[in-house]
Design a protein around this ligand. Structure first.
Ligand code: G3H
Ligand code: 13P
Ligand code: ZN
Length: 349
């Protein structure tokens, strides 16, 4: 299947009542792991690259690897998404390269650290939506700010510092026309999210449900959604790693989110943990080995296992064959003639 938009994937997910995992990549092995997991579970999938990934891999490598994935797995609906775009120019450069979907993270200034005002966020996100929709490309916005810092990106602090205000979420969705909306409900990026299994005081599922009630037709996005499983932490520490005890987002909470409008779930850290554990194991058990394939093969398999498990848990498994790709020019027509209206249906309080 040619690359499709996240708007199409998420509209289909809403119809089917499931969520779609969006997995971060930086290299070929990660893309291969995701595509094999998608094939194994017959899942539509979103592959996403951050600014850090684009710098690490270089745009052209990433783009052509994605094209190879689309070519090799014609049965899998696949969207290529920019994660945490930090400004209009970054989003435009991704669209010009061939990304079918971009995130304009206007919750932070271009430095990727300082929270913006609501008006600044609306202004830049709307500008990206106007540009992207004219070209048939989907846009994810963010209202509220996540905790933690990844690769220099993030406001730092706890996930509870700037949770989403439901009134602002409604106004933001109406004024920008985003296709999907990332909300802050207490999660943060990276491995160190919670110091104990999260309860309602740190993971605000009630807030998510309140936002969904007000914006029943808006696709919600959960960032910082790695579950940081204990077994993956243990493998790393068993083979010489030094991870401190930590908790992620329980899969049951994500599943509750999916019942309440969450359609895109961002996962990166769990895959990083799986890859690192598998490589450490080979290094510790077979220190004589030096062919990268000896440790990249189990690393890729470990990531595939995590991704396949998430695809099943999020409910996207089995849905790859439900629909045909809508072309990007067709999507552009839909935005222009109003059939892909992005005005959310807003429920009363
Ligand atoms: O947003 C966070 C993702 O895990 C990407 O992380 O910016 O280190 O590539 P990164
Ligand atoms: P994790 O660090 O929880 O995997 O979150 C990834 C993410 O939100 C990417 O945008
Ligand atoms: Zn994120």
């Amino acid at each position: 299947m040619p690359l499709v938009t996240t708007r199409q994937l998420l509209d289909e997910a809403a119809k089917g009542g499931y969520g779609v995992g969006a997995f971060n990549v930086n290299d070929m092995e990660q893309i291969q792991a995701i595509m094999e997991a998608a094939k194994e579970t017959s899942s539509p999938v979103i592959i996403q690259a951050s600014r850090g990934a684009r710098k690490f891999a270089q745009d052209n490598y990433l783009y052509h690897l994605m094209l190879a994935a689309a070519e090799l797995y014609p049965e899998i609906p696949l969207a290529m998404h920019l994660d945490h775009g930090n400004g209009f120019d970054t989003c435009v450069s991704a669209i010009k390269l061939g990304f079918t979907s971009v995130m304009m993270d206007g919750s932070l200034k271009e430095d990727g650290k300082t929270p913006t005002t609501f008006e600044e966020n609306v202004e830049v996100t709307k500008k990206v939506c106007d540009y992207a929709h004219e070209r048939g490309i989907s846009v994810e916005g963010e209202i509220g700010v996540l905790g933690g810092i990844e690769d220099g990106h993030g406001a730092g602090g706890s996930g509870l510092d700037h949770v989403t205000d439901p009134d602002q979420a409604v106004e933001f969705a109406e004024r920008t026309g985003v296709d999907s909306l990332a909300i802050a409900i207490g999660t943060s990026h990276g491995a160190y999210k919670f110091t104990k299994k999260p309860d309602g005081s740190v993971l605000k599922m009630d807030l998510l449900i309140a936002i969904h009630k007000r914006l029943p037709n808006t696709h919600l996005v959960m960032h910082g959604s790695s579950s940081v499983p204990k077994d993956l932490q243990d493998i790393i520490n068993q083979y010489g790693g030094k991870l401190k005890e930590t908790w992620g987002v329980p899969v049951e909470e994500i599943q509750l989110g999916i019942k309440n409008g969450v359609r895109k779930i961002n996962v990166d850290t769990d895959n990083r943990l799986a890859i690192t554990g598998a490589i450490r194991k080979v290094f510790a058990e077979s220190p004589e080995k030096f062919d990268p394939r000896d440790y990249l093969t189990p690393a890729r398999a470990a990531m595939q296992k995590v991704v396949a498990q998430r695809m099943t848990q999020f409910g996207q498994a089995g849905h790859a064959g439900d629909y045909k790709a809508v072309s990007i020019p067709e999507m552009a027509k839909g935005y222009a003639n109003g059939s892909l209206s992005t005005q959310p249906l807003v429920a009363t309080k």
